[in-house]
Design a protein around this ligand. Structure first.
Ligand SMILES: [Zn+2]
Ligand SMILES: [Zn+2]
Length: 455
């Protein structure tokens, strides 16, 4: 019997963490934090592990909603062995340290800082890096059979180093998509799925509720993006693009660069900085090893100005440019959040969203507000009148619902477990799987519920 217990990241995006007990061996897939929550509230339900065997943790990729709680897990269970791809290990070294730095700035109360830079150093060193497709053989301390569990990472095409995870045990296989993108993006070349039967599929459902008309063709969207930026620049304004430091920064920067090169976009300074710039260097360093579209392309060679050299935001009134600033959801006190306070008041400026925004995040509040209406970035912040242009563009780093559905159609697994999506996304999948493949058993588990599967 295989027991599966999701500890977080079921009906929303955040704190992804799934526990598997395979014949006495305890495995965790991911251990993330919730981006909108703070401290203990942001963690998965790690207390549910207290009386369960736990031997290994596999990290699918270095986004905070998949890795952010790893330092806490290792404090609680220091014996656990961590596996990730070499690229995820390298990025984790930057992003986990960055998370500590942010916490130190944010909280005067040191008790809310749950771990230190020294602990991150040790943790990152202890990760066992495994390349895509290499086989790992495992047997936990209390493993009840002579047969080992075999685990492999597959390129998930989502960001640098991202992996789906295939687990094989006693002629049965379990495939966890992690965050996956099958079609190419500007840099990443798309996921590589296993040529293997899959009995149980654990899939993300991020875009399950989004129909294709809201996810336009990449080529068309790039044109609309260039046109909208040109319009702002033509008025002498600047454009703010809130982005995740990891993945979105690199993809959007590359799109902007290609548009400028093709003369479709006005050539103005592009501002970047912080951990995003360091992550771009990791992308460049690994470009010959991973599946990127153009191995000769280096992100660091794109002309960029350092955003952190500019302390006065009125600078952008005098010198129009394009600003890529984290965080993507404009979480309180991040660079994009601070810049938004200036941007919102400028009628010739624009704030353009390019990725997933959580309901009720400051980004979502801005996006939902109407021109000349007051917008409150957080419950306690002073309302600001929205004067600037707001638009949203779709450059997804996740598969749309039809691509995810094609994975289900390809393998026709015995069971599908729907994760990492809002309930209306999971509902779309549930309804359509049962309609098209009535023999597939569908689970949309809640956090802490148990799924038992015959092995
Ligand atoms: Zn991700
Ligand atoms: Zn995710």
């Amino acid at each position: 019997m295989i027991k599966i217990i999701p500890l977080g990241g079921t009906d929303d995006i955040g704190a992804s963490c799934i526990y598997l007990n395979i014949d006495g061996t305890g495995l965790l897939l991911d251990c993330g934090v919730h981006p909108k929550k703070k401290g203990i509230d942001s963690l998965p339900e790690l207390d549910l592990l207290d009386n369960l065997p736990l031997d290994y943790v596999f990290i699918s990729h270095a986004h905070q909603d998949h890795i952010g709680a790893l330092p806490i897990l290792i404090k609680k269970f220091p014996h656990v062995i961590i596996y990730a791809t070499p690229q995820t290990q390298e990025i984790a070294n930057l992003t986990l340290h960055n998370a500590v730095t942010i916490l130190e700035k944010d909280f005067n109360d040191l008790s809310l800082i749950l771990y230190s830079h020294e602990e991150i150093d040790l943790l990152v060193k202890s990760i066992i890096a495994v390349e895509y497709n290499d086989e790992i053989q495992l047997k936990g301390l209390r493993h009840k059979s002579l047969e080992p569990i075999i685990v492999q990472f597959y390129d998930a095409g989502h960001i640098l180093g991202s992996a789906s995870i295939l687990i094989k045990y006693k002629h049965k296989s379990y495939f966890y998509t992690g965050d996956i993108r099958i079609s190419p993006q500007q840099i990443m070349n798309g996921a590589k799925l296993p040529r293997y039967l899959i009995d149980t599929l654990l899939t993300e459902t991020t875009y399950g509720s989004v129909s294709l008309k809201n996810l336009p063709e990449l080529k068309e969207e790039k044109k609309r993006f260039a046109k909208a930026i040109n319009k702002i620049l033509g008025k002498g304004g600047s454009v703010l693009i809130p982005v995740f430091a990891l993945g979105k920064t690199q993809e959007i920067l590359s799109i902007i660069h290609s548009l400028i090169k093709k003369n479709e976009l006005t050539d103005v300074p592009v501002y970047t900085g912080g951990v995003g710039t360091k992550i771009s260097q990791v992308y460049d360093k690994n470009r010959f090893i991973v599946n990127v579209r153009d191995k000769n392309f280096e992100i660091s060679k794109i002309p960029q100005e350092n955003l952190y050299n500019i302390t006065d935001p009125t600078y952008f009134n005098r010198k129009p440019g394009i600003v890529l600033a984290a965080s993507g959801m404009m979480i309180e006190n991040t660079t994009s959040f601070k810049l938004a306070k200036h941007w919102l008041r400028q009628k010739d400026f624009g704030i353009f969203f390019v990725g997933y925004v959580d309901i009720d995040s400051p980004a979502c509040r801005i996006y939902s507000a109407k021109k000349n209406q007051k917008v409150q970035l957080t419950d306690f912040s002073e309302p600001i009148e929205l004067k600037c242009e707001i638009d949203k563009f779709s450059f997804p780093s996740h598969s749309d619902r039809y691509e995810i559905f094609s994975i289900i159609g390809k393998y026709k697994p015995d069971q599908v477990i729907l994760l990492h999506g809002e309930n209306n996304s999971r509902d779309w999948f549930g309804y359509n799987i049962l309609k098209e493949f009535p023999n597939i058993k569908v689970y949309a588990p809640t956090t802490g519920s148990e799924i038992l599967i015959e092995s």
